[in-house]
Each structure stands twice: as C-alpha cells, then as structure tokens.
Design a protein around this ligand. Structure first.
Ligand SMILES: Cc1cc2nc3c(=O)[nH]c(=O)nc-3n(C[C@H](O)[C@H](O)[C@H](O)COP(=O)(O)OP(=O)(O)OC[C@H]3O[C@@H](n4cnc5c(N)ncnc54)[C@H](O)[C@@H]3O)c2cc1C
Length: 343
C-alpha cells in the first residue's frame, strides 16, 4: 500500500463516515452498499473501531417528500425500512421539529464511524493483523506490472491496483481520459448542539431525495423536485442537501454542497455554509448551533457512472469511485476487484 501522503488525508477522512445503504441507486450500487456495511461491521469489531450510530432517518418536510418515501417503500430496497409518522418522531429525541414534518423514513441498515480515526485504525489493524506494509510519503510515477516507479525508487509488483482518488493526471492519464472525469468540492462543518442526543440516527431531508438516486429515480420524485426548485433554488444551485451524523463527544458533522471543476478552488464561501445551516434549522429545533470546525473535501466525478474499474493489461486494475458513494460501497468493490484479479 503506497501513498504519497504521511497519513490518510483525502476524501476517505473528510467524509461523514456514513455508510449509506438506503438511497443508493437501485441494483449494483445498493447491493454493494448492503455488502459493504456488513464488512464494515465485521472489520470495525475486529479493529476496535467504534460504530457511533446505526440507521437513517430520512425526514419528509413536505407531502411530496412523503410521497417519495411511500414509493420507495414499494421497492425491494424498502423491505426492512418503514414510514414513521410525525407524532412518533419524538422517540428519536426532542431536538427535531417533529410537528412540522410530513413523516419520515427509517432505515435500519446504516452505520457511522469517525473517518479521521477509523481509517488510521483500519490501516494499523491491516498492518498488525495481516502484515500489510504501508509505504508512506512516496509518490508513484508509473505503475505497470511487474514494476512501480516511485519517488523512493522502483518496487517490483506482480499485480497492481491503482486507486488515485481524484488525481487523474499522474497515473494512466491516457486511460482515464476516456471517462470524462472531473472533481467535486464539498463543504463540511462540525457543530456543537445544546444537548447530547444518544437516540439520534443519521438525518437527511427532502433535498437528499432529489440527489440520492435510490429516491431521485422514482417517478414520485419529480413532483418533489419541481417544488424544491421553486422553494429552494439557491440550495439546489449549490448542490446543497442535508446529512447530519453524530460523534462520540455529541458534536454533529453537518454537510454538504457540490461544486464541480477540473481543479476546484480552495475557498469555502460562508454563503454556502449558510445554505446548509438553513436546511439544518428547518429540521432541528432551537438556536442555530455553534460551528466548531469547517473543511472542504473533493472526490472524483463522472458524468455517467458511480465508479469505474479499468483493466489496461493483465495484473493491472485502475479503480475509482466517481461519486460520493465510496465510504458506502468500496469494501464490496474491493472484494470484486481482488476476486477477479487473483481469480
Ligand atoms: C466531503 C465528502 C463527503 C463524502 N460523503 C460520503 C458519504 O456520505 N458516503 C459515502 O459513501 N461516500 C462519501 N464520500 C465519498 C468517499 O469519501 C470517497 O468516494 C472515498 O473516500 C474515495 O476513496 P479513495 O481511496 O479513492 O480516495 P482518497 O481517500 O482521496 O485517497 C486517494 C489516495 O491516493 C493517493 N494518491 C493518489 N495518487 C497518488 C500517486 N501517484 N502516488 C501516491 N499516492 C497517490 C492520495 O495521496 C490519497 O491518499 C464523501 C467524500 C467527501 C470528500
């Protein structure tokens, strides 16, 4: 495992640590998420990575969003999920604006880890338990079996899996050119709410139902989209939707936005954060919470696929997650790639 950084510093530690199943695109992506969450739970136990939350509460602020939930429950992906009426939502804590909702979808599948701690713990466990060697602060310039060229000299390798995240310029740029890749910048925040709500599952809301393909591809989502375009145009233009997950100290990770560019700028305008917090305030009661941390992250994005596996030659695979689904699907994708590569 070779990485140019001294420790994990990319999308994998900047995300929500939210392994999302419900809402992923029906078919392969959803099945991979179902498989990946099982692997996460198994690995988390072995590597002593705390699972901080289970489940998802998808809040419907509008009747059109409730209609999407009802349609979702008719699909096979809805089998273990259920509709929760507003009056029952106080079971998840008093900090939600329950009286103002049209209902919610509860999904039991999701799990949440603190990525910035979990990913280093995972690496340490792989190293101790399986003897995986991590070669850090080492840039790879060329990668084709039987050899890698690195900033620390050549390394022999019978098989190579190139997983460059959102760097398309360095390794096999000629192969990657065919996929029309770009990059997506996201705004993230950590806020400190007034109390610690141990019953809180991960929270999403209406805006997520027109982004997450498992809902957005349902015909019922069209009416919701039309209403949101009329009422939350600015949010949609900034790619804002709401995900809220809880950390061990009671703070909440809140996001996010989506801005696409070949080289996203490094700036994080407060106006975008305000749009995210505006949606937060429509879901959570009380005063706007104190923001204690802000960061941005980037990931790879493709116009027509959520991930790609390219096989330029025997013993070489290039694997990219080209959407915001890597935390939720990568373990399953890794199993598939390794099984195929090593037969
Ligand atoms: C803010 C944010 C929120 C997200 N939310 C979610 C979510 O809710 N659910 C979800 O499932 N997913 C989410 N994602 C997506 C998920 O985090 C990514 O899909 C996943 O982390 C990608 O993993 P990766 O290993 O490919 O990339 P990265 O974690 O970026 O790692 C790539 C690594 O490759 C190294 N590298 C690249 N080129 C070279 C080279 N030539 N030589 C040496 N090293 C190199 C880099 O240094 C880097 O360490 C989110 C992402 C972001 C940024």
């Amino acid at each position: 495992m070779i990485d140019r950084d001294a420790q994990a510093n990319g999308a994998s530690i900047r995300n929500f640590g939210f392994i999302t199943v419900t809402g992923q695109q029906g078919g392969k992506c959803w099945r991979r998420a179902m498989r990946s969450v099982k692997v996460w739970l198994e690995v988390a136990e072995a590597a002593k990575i705390p699972i901080l939350q289970r489940g998802l509460l998808m809040i419907a602020r509008r009747p059109e969003a409730r209609a999407v939930i009802e349609a979702f429950l008719e699909t096979e992906m809805g089998a273990e999920c259920r509709l929760v009426e507003s009056r029952k939502l106080s079971n998840y804590g008093s900090d939600l604006r329950t009286g103002e909702f049209a209902g919610a979808l509860h999904s039991p599948h999701e799990a949440r880890v603190e990525s910035r701690e979990a990913i280093p713990q995972l690496a340490a466990w792989l190293s101790e338990r399986f003897g995986v060697t991590f070669v850090r602060e080492t840039a790879v310039h060329a990668a084709s079996p039987p050899r890698l060229e690195t900033s620390r000299g050549p390394i022999e390798a019978e098989a190579i899996i190139v997983t460059p995240g959102d760097d398309f310029a360095c390794l096999h740029a000629d192969r990657l050119a065919q996929y029309g890749l770009t990059r997506c910048k996201l705004h993230m925040m950590r806020v400190r709410p007034q109390g610690f709500n141990e019953r809180l599952p991960a929270i999403m809301s209406d805006l997520g139902m027109i982004r997450y393909l498992g809902y957005a591809e349902l015909p019922a989502a069209q009416a919701l989209r039309a209403r949101l375009e009329a009422e939350q145009r600015e949010h949609i233009d900034a790619g804002v939707h709401l995900i809220v997950v809880r950390s061990a100290d009671g703070t909440l990770v809140v996001g996010d936005s989506h801005h696409y560019a070949a080289t996203p700028d490094p700036f994080a305008p407060a106006a975008v954060d305000d749009l995210i917090l505006d949606e937060y305030s429509h879901v959570f009661a009380g005063a706007r919470p104190q923001v204690v941390e802000r960061w941005t992250g980037t990931y790879a994005s493709a116009p027509d696929r959520l991930m790609l596996v390219d096989a330029p030659c025997e013993g070489l695979r290039i694997v990219l997650i080209t959407s915001g689904t890597g935390a939720s699907t990568s373990f399953a994708i890794a199993e598939e790639v390794v099984a195929e590569l090593f037969d």
